[in-house]
Design a protein around this ligand. Structure first.
Ligand code: AMP
Ligand code: ZN
Ligand code: ZN
Length: 406
């Protein structure tokens, strides 16, 4: 009789353990990473983003999220998702040139989909090695032309795609049966970058833009709640860089600086200029620029400030000019009237700092912390999924682990 009771209890225990195991699979955590392009560190305190305020109270807010140099969109989205600085992941600007082949990288679909530019390993590739499904509703690098280097689900970038359609797309992914559902999802909105470029950082158009993207996060969060997934979702909201106002009063005219003698090729990014010229004329041009170094810095490629962790990339031009915050390079004294703010400056400048907000079961509650570095996000994502990051990344989990619940 006694033995039968033990057997019964053992079977009961075993079956409840199996049930727990099955249930725990359905309970695996989900991570959603939302990027609000150009959302500067101080915008959340303007009073136009109630949802971010709520997330701040429920979860984590960092004082700022520091971008990598140059503080531009593609280099930074790719640093966030690889844990590498641009000189290592290879996306050294939004537009650049391979000086040996003459090939150009740009934000056009024909270029952004060429996997050859993207070095290192994006988090979606790391996750794939562990059998974790991923999805991107727009993310730089997510539409590469090699199937095995892409997220399992992705969308080709379409600037005008309505924001509600994007959120609805993410919700559809979350409705998939567990075996097909992506457990890591990325989502991107350009609004705060676009509005600040066109109208400046103190404009009502930008403030409306802040509210617009904030309401999309609210829509996403309520969709998650309706699906009963709130307990499983870790939501991270961040930005790639900040923004600084520019003005026709703060211009650096490249034609005056360079002169016409050496016929260099100049890539002008408004906040940064890449100058290539014949090896023999580098010295002369450099001296000329150095003598006129005012409101910008001039570097020969092997002398670029160590702190930028930039100078070792083989595609860098002979000479790099970086404008001081709020200044812009122009050609023929021409400024563009519909360009009132810019980014791409020194990544330590306060105006270039972005945001980091997070909430969910893995994150501390009502926790404020100091500046985080965006290369530490990739190891954080690995930690959230309990998987090993790629070796030799630049990010370090130890810098960011304090945002997680113990
Ligand atoms: P920028 O202000 O020049 O650093 O770049 C911002 C712009 O990048 C946005 O307005 C988008 O048009 C563009 N962009 C963002 N993500 C992508 C993407 N995945 N593919 C192509 N272009 C993108
Ligand atoms: Zn950007
Ligand atoms: Zn921009």
């Amino acid at each position: 009789m006694m033995r039968k009771t033990y057997l019964f209890i053992a079977i009961l225990l075993l079956s409840s353990l199996t049930a727990f195991k099955l249930e725990s699979k359905d309970n695996e955590q989900i991570v959603i990473l939302v990027s609000l392009d150009g959302f500067r560190w101080d915008y959340p305190d303007r009073g136009y983003s109630p949802k971010l305020k709520e997330i701040e109270e429920q979860g984590v807010r960092a004082l700022t999220l520091q971008p990598q140099f140059p503080s531009m969109t593609f280099p930074n989205h790719y640093s966030i998702i690889t844990g590498l600085v641009p000189e290592k992941h290879g996306i050294i600007a939004n537009y650049f040139l391979n000086p040996i082949t003459g090939d150009t990288f740009s934000l056009r679909h024909a270029h952004v989909s060429q996997s050859k530019w993207y070095k290192g390993e994006a988090f979606w590739e790391t996750a794939r090695r562990y059998g974790i499904k991923t999805a991107a509703y727009f993310w730089p690098g997510s539409e590469m032309d090699l199937e095995y280097r892409r997220p399992d689900y992705f969308e080709s970038y379409e600037h005008e795609r309505p924001y509600r359609t994007r959120v609805a797309g993410v919700i559809e992914w979350l409705k998939l049966p567990d075996s097909l559902m992506p457990r890591f999802i990325m989502l991107y909105f350009d609004e705060t970058d676009s509005k600040a470029h066109s109208y400046g950082t103190d404009s009502k158009e930008l403030n409306q833009g802040i509210t617009r993207v904030d309401s999309m996060i609210a829509l996403l969060d309520s969709g998650i709640k309706d699906l009963g997934l709130s307990e499983r979702v870790n939501l991270i909201i961040l930005s790639d860089h900040g923004m600084a106002d520019i003005s026709s009063e703060r211009i650096i005219n490249l034609n005056d600086l360079i002169g016409n003698n050496s016929k260099p090729s100049v890539y002008n990014y408004s906040t940064m200029a890449m100058i290539d010229t014949h090896k023999d004329s580098v010295g002369i041009l450099y001296s000329r620029l150095k003598n006129n170094e005012n409101r910008f810095k001039v570097y020969k490629k092997d002398e670029i400030t160590e702190r930028y962790r930039y100078k070792n990339h083989p595609y860098l031009p002979e000479i790099l000019l970086i404008a001081d915050n709020g200044w812009q390079f122009v050609q023929n004294n021409q400024t563009s009237k519909d360009r009132l703010a810019a980014h791409g400056y020194d990544n330590k400048v306060l105006d270039m700092q972005g945001i980091f907000f997070a909430k969910g079961p893995a994150f501390k509650k009502n926790y404020k912390c100091n500046t985080l570095n965006n290369i530490d996000i990739y190891p954080l994502l690995c930690k959230l999924f309990d998987i090993e990051p790629l070796n030799n990344i630049d990010g370090n989990l130890l810098n960011i682990i304090h945002v997680l619940e113990e």
